[in-house]
Design a protein around this ligand. Structure first.
Ligand code: TGC
Ligand code: FAD
Length: 395
């Protein structure tokens, strides 16, 4: 580090973590710096990621479904999981996304809502990184309002037959198993929504990759096409009924993003501090100008406060409960502030800031997706607004 204090030191953040938590954080940081950092700009540039190989390595590290109990999962705390997400997203949001979708969406859905048979079949392999999962909720015409989904599951004898399309699905083209949410006639309207565990080699299932993204380029994003996908009765997640099923999974993934997004912001800030120390403008280091220091100080405040908010929500979750509106506070604040920090750091690096030689523009572009997925800022504002006023303004 060029300066004398990091944000972590200024806020004495380590004093809020146990020795074991710091150890887990350091292990994941070391893995990210050694195994992923050297390759990430190239993967982003080429918009290709060795997802299967990475999944094996991340499984070996123990971070896939690490906050789940049993079935080969590590059974660690929410704070441990959050710290892992923070360190992975300090490298790239796409890596954290791979881990979030695997552990918090696909594995959590099976762990929380699945049958013993489904859990035994998929979770140990997914925890080890031998099988990859994806989570299909969003559709081309239904993102913020998933209750309107058109994908249908219809009974045919004892089978289910699925038809429809999902859009923007992380890990879709590389997944071995897809958790797909579809409407049924088991109950009226969105209460009829059920989850299905779909092996991706089932006839009628395909997952074309979405190319030409300018954000999350080191992440696979796909469409899921379901054409007369026939599944046995046992493919349905037996315990999930209605929109509550998928939304409960989103709480888990949003929690990881609260930590992750602030990791991306920290990486941008550390890069800008280092850069300002050595870049000479008008014969002096950029760091010695008051305008630069004002920018750095304001960003340090937001990065530090973002950590505090993440730790507080992590402690609440570990104590047994965190409300969806509290998760919305963290997702809204930390994503919104992280993208502001990334953009401000880019101004400090100026022209150098637009290249992949530095991580800043990559983080800024990634954070455009992170701000949008798992509930847009507006969705989270409305969730917080509803908690404050008792009035729902979604419709
Ligand atoms: P609403 O009437 O409010 O609720 C329907 C039922 O769901 C319950 N519920 C929740 N349960 C658990 N957790 C939550 N966060 C919940 N929010 C609501 C609710 O109690 C109710 O239960 P019940 O039993 O009474 O029926 O539903 P609504 O149709 O008005 O929609 C509410 C809204 C807009 C908040 C929700 O639909 C929403 O969150 N929209 C945003 C969609 C979204 O975030 N999609 C993300 C897709 S996955 C993804 O983006 C992965 S990105 C990759 C990565 O993570 O890295
Ligand atoms: P829309 O819902 O069409 O929203 C458009 C605009 O309208 C937004 O600004 C929104 O905030 C605003 N808006 C919506 N409702 C209201 C309202 N009531 N009042 C005011 N404004 C409103 N989905 C999955 O299911 N699985 C995945 O793995 C997954 N991965 C993704 C990966 C990437 C890279 C991206 C970009 C998306 C991913 N998504 C995934 C989809 C993501 O969850 C949706 O994009 C997101 O929920 C928003 O939906 P939308 O894009 O259709 O926007």
């Amino acid at each position: 580090m060029a300066g004398t204090s990091t944000v972590t030191e200024l806020f004495a953040l380590d004093s809020l973590l146990s020795d074991e938590e710091r150890q887990i954080r350091d292990t994941v940081r070391k893995f990210g710096e050694e195994k992923i950092r050297p390759h990430i700009a190239g993967w982003f540039d080429e918009a290709r990621i060795p997802a299967k190989e990475l999944a094996k390595e991340l499984g070996g590290l123990g971070v896939l479904g690490m906050h789940l109990e049993g079935y080969g999962c590590a059974g660690m705390s929410a704070v441990d999981y959050g710290l892992a997400c923070l360190e992975l997203e300090a490298i790239d949001s796409g890596i954290r996304s791979l881990v979030s979708v695997q552990g918090s969406l696909a594995m959590f859905a099976i762990h929380h809502w699945g049958s013993e048979e489904q859990k035994n079949e998929w979770l140990p392999r997914m925890a080890a990184g031998d099988a990859l999962g994806c989570f299909g909720l969003t559709e081309p015409d239904f993102g913020s309002d998933p209750g309107g989904m058109r994908t249908r599951a219809v009974r045919d004898g004892s089978d289910w037959v699925l038809n429809g399309a999902k859009m923007w699905i992380t890990n879709g083209s590389v997944a071995d198993v897809a958790v797909v949410w579809a409407n049924t006639d088991l109950e009226e309207g969105s209460r009829g929504i059920r989850g299905f565990v779909v092996p991706t080699d089932t006839p009628g299932f395909s997952a074309p990759e979405i190319r030409a993204k300018m954000s999350l380029r080191a992440s696979v994003t796909s469409e899921l096409v379901l054409q007369d996908v026939r599944l046995p009765e046992s493919a349905m997640l037996p315990k999930a009924a209605g929109l509550r099923g998928p939304l409960s999974c989103l709480n888990e993934a949003r929690f990881g993003i609260i930590f992750g997004s602030i990791g991306a912001a920290r990486d941008c800030l550390e890069t800008a501090v280092d850069y300002a120390a050595t870049r000479l403008v008008f014969d002096k280091p950029l760091a010695s100008y008051q305008l630069t220091q004002a920018k750095l100080a304001d960003m340090a405040l937001e990065v530090g406060k973002g950590h505090l908010l993440a730790y507080q929500l992590g402690r609440l979750k570990d104590a047994g409960h965190v409300e969806p509106a509290q998760v919305s506070l963290g997702k809204l604040n930390n994503c919104r502030e992280a993208i502001k920090v990334a953009r401000e750091c880019r101004t400090i690096l100026a022209a150098n800031g637009i290249t992949l030689e530095y991580p800043v523009i990559r983080h800024a572009n990634n954070l455009e997706s992170v701000l949008t997925y798992e509930g847009t800022s507006e969705v989270h504002q409305l969730t917080i607004g509803r908690a404050l006023t008792g009035e729902s303004a979604f419709r």
